[in-house]
Design a protein around this ligand. Sequence first.
Ligand SMILES: Cc1ncc(C[n+]2csc(CCOP(=O)(O)OP(=O)(O)O)c2C)c(N)n1
Ligand SMILES: [Mg+2]
Length: 548
Amino acid sequence: MTLSIGQYLLDKLHSIGVRHIYGLPGDYVLKFNKLIEEHPIKFINCTIENSAGYMADAEARLLGLGVACITYGVGIGIANSIAQAFVESSPVIIISGAAGTDEFSKCHYLHHLINKTQQDQADITQLEIFKQITGAQAVLNDPTTAENEINRVIHYCLENKKPVYIEIPRNFIHMPLDTCKKIEFVKKESENSSLKEALDEVVSILQKSRQPVIWAGHEILRHRLSSDLLKFAEEYNIPIASSLLGKTAISEHHPLFLGLYQGGMSRPEVQQFFEKCDCHIILGTVLSDVETGIFSAKIKENIIFANTLEGIRIHHHTYPNILFQDFIKDLKTIKLQKKFSNQFHSHSSRKLPFISRNAKITVTRLFECLQYYLKKDNIVVTDIGDALFGSEDLILDENSFLASAYFETLGFGAPGAIAAQLAMPGKRVIGIVGDGGFQMTAMELATAVRYKLDPVIIVLNNHGYGTERPLLEGSYNDIQDWNYTKIPEVVGGGVGIEVRTEMEFEKVLQEALSTRGHFFLIEAELDKLDFSPTMKRFSALVHKNAKK
Ligand SMILES: Cc1ncc(C[n+]2csc(CCOP(=O)(O)OP(=O)(O)O)c2C)c(N)n1
Ligand SMILES: [Mg+2]
């Protein structure tokens, strides 16, 4: 039996492991929504498209692929979360319905269309927008090419870990695929001689080094290279720091884990050790303002650098035509005549104090308490603001920290935590969000109720946009205080509790972590000017730079 274009797309997604599609329906995509309803893949109704994008992104980071589905034009609110997935290299597929080509040929003035010119065969505006924030695009308006087009963009998404865009005019959803010559999409390969030379230079640099350190970024996670990297590090006893976006690139309980390095924003002992090392091995990170602690990171000239954007650079030499993944995988095969001593005291040996006082809860004590109760099966999803700053030094297992740590878009926390809980039902997800970021996407908690998902959401209520206060204070940083604990009543499920003291927080956290079956919202009442140590270092750096 010949499959329709819509059916083929769903079967293909299912065959590569997709189990959920996050989105909202709309008339241009309804027939596709119906197909999903009749398919083993489950459609997760979200409250707004940008959250659907965040949710698909969270699932992509955890499971290797996420899918979102929108209707045409009015669904472009998803562009923000897709831009996040693009810059942070998260493999998300966006499927959009579109007006039928038959309808468009009769009249160009159709609802939801943007249609800048009257010359085109179809409205190309949305496609043009997504060309800026996705790595590959396909419009499925030809049954003879649809199969190859679907395979081409999916192949691109999986190989490059970048979002891709698929548009289906609604008159093509049920159209049978037509015979076509199948194109095989071959995997890119590294040039062996270049790879060998690069590895030889790695050997010669490390042979001369006294103390190297690895700085691991998010591309290690996206390309699933953590165990390859660890094998190399363990063989020669090289400590590993992570970047912020690369947090949990390896398990932070591992004795070789140094801590999170972010220049002057790092914990002082991590910064000192990292900056004293005489060889920096920087793998899979982009040296952005955020990752480098507003460019305060001190990197040695003696550098081994690799990422997918800029390729492989060792000292002053660049090596062309080497795939990032191959370089990382082959590092463990090099032969050194030495082992390093690694003078650093392991991060995971730090003991954090138990909380028992009746004092007002502060950001610092809240994170100390959280650390105390964290288990290996916890995943932490944060929004930006002090939710992210405060979480930087939590000790977590491999690939169990999600944040918009480079694009820095607010609103990811709650939907990201809900999707993470759906993607990893055996784990317990803790979402940490500021009151400002929470107000952007809090309504997604209704989705948690509908699908019986039970993340613990901690709202850091510091009464406004705390991160911005030390930068430039004004009334624009104040927000309307919500009655956060009433949200469960509005969305029809979950439990909401406000805590004001350390002891209250500890008690409610313990209860939340030991109760499953519904979400828990913990509102922590904080002072307006209570900041985490990392946030303080951040604002000090901003002010120092402003004086330069
Ligand atoms: C979508 C979006 N809009 C605006 C901003 C700018 N911004 C950065 S931090 C911040 C304040 C965040 O407030 P909150 O979520 O309460 O966290 P806090 O800083 O108080 O810890 C804002 C508005 C942003 N990053 N993303
Ligand atoms: Mg706030």
